[in-house]
Ligand binder design. Structure first.
Ligand SMILES: [Zn+2]
Length: 361
């Protein structure tokens, strides 16, 4: 382990990872795709968040379930999938959000991931996130105390034609052309959900994109006792943190029980790329290093005292999701694959899932 890792001096759970492929360019399979990262960074546990909606499909839930089956020490969050877009909330279906939630819990997912607040997914969904179509689903999650990792919005400048970079536009992340809901409208829908379900155990990914207006986040924390955020880059947030070091050092002490660590590292990224991201997060919280960071900007660490760091690095995750991951129920996973595999769009994924079903279930 390198020197700066020793300075972290804490157990760490990376609470926000993804899988988006079967093999990486070194020919490693996704089931082994995080091992170098895990071992080098000394991570205790990982949490893989499935992304089965929007341009992706149900295959992503299934890959994450297989990952968890192969790595019983790790967590995974499953997501909702949709037969078609826009969603028809009046259609009678055997895959309502509540039904899917129950199926995912039965399989042994540790929580729910929703990407539906990300503008592209929100747009194709065609119904508001606070639509009554989702009511029973949010009710059940709230009642069960199930952890919900929720991606809502994106950095504000992605709506601004003058501020969104060419790179962002190329990625299809410019939302100011009038075809996307405004950033304010998406927040409005989320607050409507929280007002109806004030005890929802929700963690908003990427600091809820509030790093430039943290007072709003403080107000949210005060009003909704179970709402948290993760500090998964979104590099722009670390730049904002670094521009306001005194404020944020106090913020992270005061709210250390409301902040979770994650990196968004995604298989098939190389282990080096995963470690680079993790280093920025580690060194921001655990050192006073000044280092080149996201968007080419420099950030300086705040060396948060260990008692607070421990909350962010692992304790909050354990308190909210559980100290031990749930076990995969093979029979439930088999039933889920049978029910949903006709919705898998890519032949490669379908073939791999059929192969893994024979081999592992
Ligand atoms: Zn993510």
């Amino acid at each position: 382990m390198k020197d700066f890792d020793k300075r972290v001096n804490s157990t760490v759970i990376d609470g926000h990872l993804h899988i988006e492929g079967i093999y990486n360019n070194k020919g490693e399979h996704f089931l082994n795709g995080f091992e170098e990262y895990r071992n080098t960074k000394g991570l205790k546990r990982l949490n893989i968040a499935a992304l089965p909606s929007g341009k992706r499909d149900v295959a992503n839930n299934i890959l994450c379930a297989f990952y968890k089956l192969a790595h019983p020490q790790d967590f995974a969050h499953g997501g909702l999938t949709f037969k078609e877009y826009p969603v028809n909330p009046n259609e009678k279906t055997d895959m309502s959000p509540l039904t899917q939630y129950k199926e995912l819990m039965e399989i042994g997912f540790d929580g729910i991931k929703l990407l539906e607040g990300k503008p592209q997914v929100h747009k194709v969904l065609g119904i508001p996130l606070c639509h009554e179509y989702f009511d029973e689903f949010y009710d059940a999650i709230e009642k069960d105390g199930t952890h919900l990792l929720f991606h809502v919005n994106d950095p504000e400048e992605f709506w601004d034609p003058d501020k969104a970079s060419e790179e962002i536009k190329k990625l299809g992340w410019f939302y100011g052309d009038g075809t996307y809901a405004s950033n304010e409208e998406v927040y409005r829908q989320i607050y409507a959900i929280l007002d109806k379900h004030p005890n929802l155990k929700v963690t908003f990914a990427h600091f809820f994109f509030y790093s430039k207006q943290p007072q709003k986040l403080e107000a949210l924390f005060e009003k909704y006792p179970n709402a948290c955020v993760d500090v998964t880059p979104g590099g722009e947030m670390f730049v904002s943190f670094s521009e306001n070091p005194e404020y944020y050092k106090e913020f992270f002490k005061k709210y250390s029980n409301r902040v979770l660590l994650g990196t968004d590292s995604t298989f098939p990224y190389s282990a080096d790329d995963m470690m680079w991201i993790c280093d920025r997060v580690y060194r921001y919280f655990a050192t006073t290093d000044t280092l080149k960071s996201f968007n080419g900007c420099e950030i300086t660490g705040i060396d948060l005292p260990n008692e607070f760091r421990e909350n962010i690095f692992h304790k909050n995750f354990e308190n909210r999701v559980g100290a031990e991951p749930k076990k995969i129920n093979k029979e439930a996973l088999k039933r889920y694959i049978e029910k949903y595999k006709h919705l898998i769009k890519e032949k490669d994924y379908l073939e791999e899932i059929e192969r893994l079903t024979k081999e592992l279930l």
